[in-house]
Design a binder for this molecule. Structure first.
Ligand SMILES: [Zn+2]
Length: 117
C-alpha cells in the first residue's frame, strides 16, 4: 500500500521516500533527578519536581505509550530519500491520508475514499 506525503520542502512525494518518526508526543516532561532529590532540571512541571515517582511515571508514559487510535494524529516524518528534513504532519491512519491539523471531524475530506456496504 502506498500513499503520498507532503514534504514542506519538496512537495508531495511517495511515502517510501520517508521514514516514520512516530506520533507527536508533546513536550518532554521533567525527569526526576535522584541526585538533587527535589528540583527537576527543567523546573517547568512543579508537580513532577516534588514527586519523583510521579515524574518517573509521567516520563514513562511520554516515552512509551502510543495511543494507536484510528483517528487523525500529528506525526513526525523524515524525508531521508529527499531533502533530509524532519517535519510533522497530520495523517489519518485509517485512510493513510493527510488530515487537517487538529483532527478531521470538520471535513468530509474522505468522501470518495471508502465503499461502505
Ligand atoms: Zn523533502
Amino acid at each position: 500500500m502506498t500513499f503520498r506525503l507532503t514534504c514542506p520542502v519538496c512537495g508531495k512525494r511517495d511515502v517510501y521516500e520517508f521514514t516514520y518518526g512516530g506520533p507527536e508526543r508533546g513536550p518532554r516532561p521533567a525527569e526526576a533527578d535522584p541526585a538533587s532529590g527535589s528540583q527537576a532540571a527543567g523546573g517547568s512541571d512543579p508537580a513532577a519536581g516534588s514527586d519523583p515517582a510521579a515524574a518517573a511515571e509521567a516520563h514513562f508514559r511520554w516515552a512509551q505509550f502510543r495511543m494507536n487510535r484510528p483517528e487523525p494524529q500529528e506525526e513526525w516524518w523524515h524525508h531521508g530519500a529527499g531533502c533530509g528534513v524532519w517535519f510533522s504532519t497530520w495523517r489519518d491512519p485509517a485512510t493513510n491520508r493527510e488530515a487537517p491539523p487538529g483532527g478531521a471531524e470538520a471535513g468530509g475530506h474522505e468522501a470518495s475514499g471508502r465503499d461502505s456496504s
